[in-house]
Design a protein around this ligand. Structure first.
Ligand SMILES: Nc1ncnc2c1ncn2[C@@H]1O[C@H](COP(=O)(O)OP(=O)(O)OP(=O)(O)O)[C@@H](O)[C@H]1O
Ligand SMILES: [Mg+2]
Length: 280
């Protein structure tokens, strides 16, 4: 799913947080969004699924095209948009229910029909096999309701790299999980809305290095199926995961380039200064 950003500017009252940003997010890749604190990374990400609307006194101008439709047009369908574009926040906040119910929550709200449920499971089983997260046994034709939901939960947990760890604990409260596990559960929940795009705002900043690497690993496995944009202030993490990099500085998009070029041959002096640690 293509996301094109055109002349995007954002003001919070008198403060201009983004200035005339135009860029396309590459499909099926991981785009890292980097830059010093306060440069507009979170603002940029929140503009892409209109979470920015929740801020008071914010003014947005310009266009964001998702599949060629301007999401800021008056007739834009916000519910449909947020179903296409999932958001992973900095800190996980599991729903106050079991691990299992955390995952089935969104699909149940969207009232999947029997046929949709089965088609999701089939698609997921293929995605899981391709992602290297193990294999779900082939499905027979006559599944009862409960088995279908079980398979759905197993598939999403596998996609988030959590199945082996949690298979015996599915009905425990999600709040008992470690923060790293909660963040992967948040990923599983984001995947359960069946989005095409996942936006993640510093998704590993609350995690220990091992949990952070697990999340990074899942992102890399998922990028064939999803377009990902990941805000990070950790340059090393951007180097590890990014196919493409956007560098913001004081509300302006300074450089957008494939990762290899960005890190080895930056085109702009400010990018070079940021990479060398002269500015931070
Ligand atoms: N609700 C708000 N009201 C007023 N100013 C805001 C608001 N939210 C953000 N800002 C300002 O807009 C600028 C960009 O903020 P943003 O959160 O996008 O930065 P960031 O790059 O994500 O920073 P960090 O790395 O610290 O998370 C900052 O100067 C910030 O203080
Ligand atoms: Mg931020």
């Amino acid at each position: 799913m293509a996301i094109q950003i055109r002349n995007l500017s954002v003001r919070y009252g008198a403060h201009q947080a983004l200035r005339d940003v135009s860029v396309d997010l590459p499909v099926g890749k991981i785009t890292a969004v980097i830059g010093p604190s306060g440069c507009g990374k979170t603002t940029f990400l929140k503009c892409l699924n209109r979470l920015i609307d929740l801020q008071e006194g914010v003014q947005v101008s310009g266009r964001v095209l998702v599949d060629n439709e301007d999401i800021y047009a008056p007739q834009a369908d916000l519910l449909a948009l947020r179903k296409k574009i999932g958001f992973l926040p900095q800190r996980p906040f599991p729903l106050p229910m079991s691990i299992y119910d955390n995952i089935t929550f969104a699909p149940r709200i969207h009232r999947l029909s029997e046929a949709e449920l089965l088609s999701h499971i089939n698609g997921l089983t293929t995605a899981v096999a391709q992602s290297g997260n193990g294999e779900v046994k082939p499905i027979g034709r006559h599944l009862d309701e409960k088995t279908k939901w079980n398979l759905l939960v197993e598939n999403y947990l596998r996609l988030a790299g959590l199945w082996e760890e949690l298979r015996g604990r599915l009905h425990e409260p999600a709040a008992r999980l470690s923060v790293g596990q909660q963040q992967r559960l948040a990923l599983a929940r984001a995947l359960a809305i069946e989005p095409s795009v996942i936006l993640a705002d510093e998704p590993t900043s609350a995690l220990d290095p091992i949990s952070a690497r697990l999340i990074e690993g899942q992102f890399k496995l998922l990028k064939d199926k999803y377009t990902l944009a990941v805000v990070t202030h950790i340059l090393r993490q951007a180097r590890r995961i990014a196919d493409h990099v956007l560098f913001f500085y004081m509300g302006e998009l300074v450089e957008s380039a494939p990762a290899e070029q960005f890190f080895n041959h930056p085109q702009h002096q400010r990018t070079a200064a940021y990479l060398s640690g002269e500015i931070s």
